[in-house]
Design a protein around this ligand. Sequence first.
Ligand code: S3P
Length: 177
Amino acid sequence: MTKQILSAAQKNIILIGFMGVGKTTVSAKLGPMLRRKTVDTDQLISERLQMSIPEIFERRGEPFFRSVEHALLSELQPLSGLIIACGGGVVLRADNRNLLRRMGTVVLLTAKAETIYRRISMRTDLPLLRGHMTLSHIQSMQNKRDRLYRETADLTLATDGQSPAAICAEIAALIRP
Ligand code: S3P
């Protein structure tokens, strides 16, 4: 069961979940719908470093990316009223999980591994799946992360078979006007 009223109007709404669950798409739609500014952490990191996410992983390595991601979250912490779409691995660090819980209402978007595979199998911009774009690899990454996503989230929405518009409507209905 979901709590009926999840957040005061000006709390941040934070979207987390595995690659391909639709965080970026949902936040881009939800922003104008709720008249809120959106921040996509991957997009912002990429803009600031003037490199694509795969380039950052390739040239600087994952630990560097994770430290930039953490620094960005810390920078966003004092802000309110935003919709923040996080990269799928943000929950890997315990300090990020704690930060996110303090920063606003954390919405976990989920999808079955089959759904994710269908959505992302042609994408080449996901460094952690390069050379491992298989259903079983996605499943095993999901299994490793599932507990971390769930312990961070205030509410969870399954996106299988749902349009981004339907997911936005569900989130909007749960946020106090
Ligand atoms: C990652 C997810 C990506 C991006 C990077 C690492 C992950 O973001 O941050 O490739 O560890 O799950 P999306 O979930 O927005 O694709």
